[in-house]
Design a protein around this ligand. Sequence first.
Ligand code: WT7
Length: 649
Amino acid sequence: MNVNKTIEILLQESHRFPPNRSFQERAYVKDNSLFELANDFETFWNEQSKFLDWIEPFHTICDRSNPPFYSWFVGGKLNASFNCLDRHIFSGHGNKAAIIWEGEPGDRRTLTYRELWRSVNKFANALKKLGVSKGDRVAIYLPLIPEAVISMLACARIGAIHSVVFGGFSPESLRDRINDAQAKVLITADGGWRRGEVLPLKHDADVAISQCPSIKHVVIVKRGDFLLRVKEGRDHWYHRLMQEAPAHCDPEAMFSNDPLFTLYTSGSTGKPKGILHHTGGYLVWVNRTTQWVFDIRPEDVFWCTADVGWITGHSYLVYGPLSLGATIVMYEGAPDYPEKDRFWEIIERHGVTIFYTAPTAIRAFMKWGNEHPEKHDLSTLRLLGTVGEPINPAAWLWYHQTIGRGKCPIVDTWWQTETGGILISPLPGLTTTVPGSATKPLPGIDAAVLDEQGNEVPINQGGYLAIRKPWPGMLAGIWGDEERYKQVYWSKWENVYFPGDGARIDEDGNFWLLGRVDDVMNVAGHRISTMEVESALVSHPDVSEAAVVGIEHDIKGEAIAAFVTLKGGKLGDVEMVSKLKEHVANTIGAIAKPEKILFSVDLPKTRSGKIMRRLLRDIALGRVLGDTTTLADPSVVEFLKKKYEEQES
Ligand code: WT7
């Protein structure tokens, strides 16, 4: 039977997939013993901490005396780069491949653990020479090249706090993140490749740091032969620094609750939050979840397709797999470059065994057609994963049949920048999976679905996802903003973490994630706040007012629709639409580009002047309009609805 037919039948049957026997026999987790152990909070986390090498033991597992500030493995000392590098060399794995890398144009590099260790040592010394010391912030704005990992681990080695900014973000976004963290050094590249074009990273970085007084030095990795300006005294070529740097750098003994990194993510205001992660708890959590969920064994080749600019890259490209001594694959570019089979070609070439990507990518692959994966031998794959947004059952089944050949378990992993690592996910040797559900909380995670008052909602009823006990990977705070940390995550209920997602639990105890419940959109698996896009729009000289809503999109999951009022009451034309789209891309980054822009002389507002996004969403989705009786001027929505329908037809 052909694959598409099988998928159709499976969809109708709302199929369940019990773990397959052969996978289960060899799996790291194959029974409930971890869950049972987790009933004893202290013993459980103490056991889990032992998978890392500690320089000094901790005296307290989790200090819960000052909620919502929790401290993990208090008094303990360790170094993250030591745990990701040195210890694997000491145990005889120095010549094992740590990173198998491909650049978009087709260049390839493999770095063994020893080679990676050597570069990290040298670069750590180079950073020291530039005046970076423990506790300083270092911004990283690089393409997905090995130097991104080297930079992160070099910071970790000397106790500097890295702040990676995704290379697709605009100069303004970079500037704001650097200024918020007061970073001292910026590491960037002359360029990076994306779909055959060069991302002018250093050029953009120069624009950004012209407004960043805290930056004292810039390090430039030479990725290509891209022209750029070098500012004497401030700018340094990476390869020159490396030539001069001493070979050994002792890892700094860091307290478990010393910061490891900050990573910015959108909240429901215009200003991104610097999510802060500490060293010990974070590393324990990513180490354990990588082993539990991805079932990594020494011979595995693990490919997480995320960029290091996102938390997925931090946790499951760098810290999780490397702390386990695994081999990772890293690819710089686009999945459709030069052809739409690039990913499958990479899997075949390197014998990838575990593949972790986003539903958005899977839906694009589906649309591109089965002929692309069918051209390649994907038989090395044994486990598949997804992350970033809910996966629709049709995409899940396609992934299972076409990429997994019906044999690979799929782990749909729910988590966030704030949670550090995966919280809700199947365990591939244990859990019966259901397409579309992230299934159950991991050992030690007390997740529930609550109502506004904090009561558990009945089976199959929607409510708010909640995490009721602290866990080691949890964020330690928001950089420089204690109040916001308390207010955003801990103010809905007492001492219960609120992730901002809606969810329901079915009769089998499986969790179904229902999307964000705040003013945050999830576009292609990336968080963008409506406010950020709105302020980008109104920063254009011709715009007087803008309102942004998320709309359904068959590939991206969610896309952005903007309703815009221009100055002087004009209605914009096609040219204005593309101007504004470009303006948003230049202000925030290409990921924030609106899919649709509609002009209007006014926006639907309540009598007190509040924009009614609910109605705009109804319009954008072509739904029947909800209650319009509270509007100051009901004719505004009628006008918009008509305009919208005209534009769509
Ligand atoms: C938000 C977190 C975690 C790394 C990538 C995104 C949504 C994430 C799933 C999933 C349904 C998911 C949630 C969450 N999300 N994974 N498997 N099923 N929704 O990290 O940018 O911090 O975004 O992504 O809404 O809150 P992030």
